[in-house]
Design a protein around this ligand. Structure first.
Ligand SMILES: [Zn+2]
Length: 299
């Protein structure tokens, strides 16, 4: 089996057939974690998870690009973001549902900055929302699902993310050091921060910084069509026990379905590519990444 740890079957692209798509995934041996991007899509993924007895889970949170309003117009994406201020108590209530395994996707996105607004203000809003979600993940002992999309050729975003993660370390909890055992779960002070960096496309140097802090790394279809060679290097460098897989559907469809809507069952093409890079079989990758996802999300 495989686990698609980052899907958006709760998004508009699946309005007519979300349940069928999820059933198709389960029938092909793929479990799914759907991820919210703001309050309505977060509620939606909790609802979807509760329509299945097992194998479908939810992550709830506020995506950095929804901390301000702007039109996003890219190759695969066209939508208007709707400004939302992270409401701690509302998300906390939602996150208490037993099917919720994480908080996110949250983080920073300096790639798409709206025109005519001081970038400092936008970045501040994103950081505030991210800090609040780090706190919530810790309080409820859920996995923090981090989105990180930098401005081209600039690592400021990664430094900002690491700074916020490190602040939380000196606050009321400690991140795990090598060889240290994980403290017992549970809510409140002292709960350990578990996190994953989703769709990481930065440098090897920054990858190492997230790994050093105990993070997992989630790879998707980008590794199948990246022509720069960077993604291959990232996969090679990430230890097998830190890799989890995702589709980020409906986006980032891997070949042979490139150009079509992506869906969780296509996560096997990502597994095959990781297998090729790591010189292992697809079965070995499926087994390892499934175990990693189960350990991380406690599912
Ligand atoms: Zn996503």
């Amino acid at each position: 089996m495989l686990i698609d740890t980052h899907a958006h079957v709760n998004f508009h692209a699946f309005l007519d057939d979300a349940k069928e798509v999820l059933q198709r995934a389960l029938d092909s041996g793929v479990w799914v974690i759907n991820v919210g991007s703001q309050i309505d899509t977060s509620s939606q993924c909790v609802e979807l998870a509760n329509q299945f007895p097992s194998g479908v889970y939810a992550v709830v949170g506020l995506h950095p690009e929804h901390t301000h309003s702007q039109v996003v117009d890219e190759e695969e994406t066209h939508f208007q973001t709707r400004e939302e201020v992270f409401d701690y108590e509302i998300y906390k209530k939602l996150a208490r549902d037993p099917k919720v395994v994480g908080i996110g996707e949250c983080g920073l996105d300096y790639y798409r900055m709206p025109e005519g607004v001081d970038p400092k203000l936008i970045k501040q809003k994103q950081k505030d929302a991210f800090r609040a979600q780090v706190k919530l993940a810790k309080e409820l002992n859920k996995v923090l699902v981090i989105h990180s999309r930098p401005e081209k050729g600039n690592n400021e975003l990664f430094d900002d993310l690491l700074e916020i993660l490190d602040e939380s370390k000196t606050a009321e909890h400690l991140l795990l050091a090598e060889g240290e055992s994980r403290p017992k779960g549970g809510e409140g002070v002292g709960a350990n921060l578990r996190f994953e960096v989703h769709s990481f496309t930065g440098s090897l140097e920054y990858l190492q910084k997230f790994l050093d802090r105990g993070g997992y790394v989630s790879f998707n279809g980008i590794i199948t069509f990246d022509k720069t060679g960077n993604m291959e290097k990232l996969v090679r460098m990430t230890p097998l026990d830190k890799i989890i897989l995702e589709t980020d559907c409906p986006f980032l469809t891997p070949p042979p379905n490139r150009g079509k809507r992506n869906e969780p069952s296509f996560v096997r093409f990502v597994a095959e590519k990781v297998a090729q890079i790591k010189n292992l079989t697809a079965d070995e990758i499926a087994e390892a990444t499934t175990q990693n996802a189960k350990n991380l999300f406690k599912i």
